[in-house]
Design a protein around this ligand. Sequence first.
Ligand SMILES: Nc1nc2c(ncn2[C@@H]2O[C@H](COP(=O)(O)OP(=O)(O)OP(=O)(O)O)[C@@H](O)[C@H]2O)c(=O)[nH]1
Ligand SMILES: [Mg+2]
Length: 330
Amino acid sequence: MTRSWEEVFKGIEPGGEAAATREAAPAEKKGWFKRLKDGLAKSRKNMQQHLSTVMFDRLDAELWEQLEETLIFADCGVESTVAVVDRLEAAAAKGTVSNREQFYAELEAALVDLLTVGDDRIDVSRQPSVLMVVGVNGTGKTTTIGKIAWYLQQQGKSVMLAAADTFRAAAIEQLAEWGERVGCPVIRQERGSDPGAVVFDALAAARSRGTDVVIIDTAGRLHTQVPLMEELKKIRRVAAKQVEDAPHETLLVIDATTGQNGLSQARLFGEAVGVTGVVLTKLDGTAKGGIAVAIAHELELPIKLVGVGEKIEDLRPFDAADFARALFED
Ligand SMILES: Nc1nc2c(ncn2[C@@H]2O[C@H](COP(=O)(O)OP(=O)(O)OP(=O)(O)O)[C@@H](O)[C@H]2O)c(=O)[nH]1
Ligand SMILES: [Mg+2]
């Protein structure tokens, strides 16, 4: 069930390194599901506590109230919560849900449906493919970029990083460290220089070197800071002048611990720069994992990757079925 990197990245050739990864897959997949479950422990505990007092032999108003509270508390959002409760009530009325087991099966299925929206793949089939990574301060953008670069290089893609966060102290050095660790070039200028100019240079270099994937790191910014959102639009325009249709992917990194604020972030970044997918990080520190449901369902934005820790292997393709299962299963 767990999705592999090859399933997420469109344009990765099977064979070579990729085949080696595939052979190791079963053990690795089990390991990942456990990490996801460990990461979602707080969210799961919250769900279970809310529902533990419920009598499943009587599917009555109390159960629907408890379910509603559980989902709201987990930050699934009002719209998604209503959709899930309505679906379960309807199933109970029809008689297809009449015990605890069926209740949880239907609940999981409902969440999977809400989590499944749009194109959840990341297209790296062009040369170069340009990925831009945006989000508010400290959500995990730079770390996520390092991890993605590592996986893409493992799969035989040549990667280049563009240090377009020229604002925060030590941001360029932080990206350069990832470049060294992963073994890919980092295009940089001095701190304080124009992020657009960095992107221009990076894409020119990528074109002349035949690089497969360029990942643009941007400075953290609040979704409410209009001039800074304009700066992102400018970076996009610069990218499009160098490479047709670039950036091909705009990933918004959201810290899951911020709860409902993540929803406003997704809405405003989406309106400003056309987000194509979400990376949900820090699921390991939150009881609010349901924010994934709100983002996917209410904004129709696919969650593409999730992070449950700081290590490279803690970033993974998002799998709706695994995610829903990890929220409930003991
Ligand atoms: N627990 C946990 N920590 C994470 C995860 N992803 C990133 N982090 C940590 O979050 C912190 C911030 O990460 P950065 O990658 O620097 O975040 P950023 O969005 O680039 O930050 P700015 O550039 O300052 O806006 C680092 O300490 C990361 O190790 C995750 O999934 N779980
Ligand atoms: Mg950063």
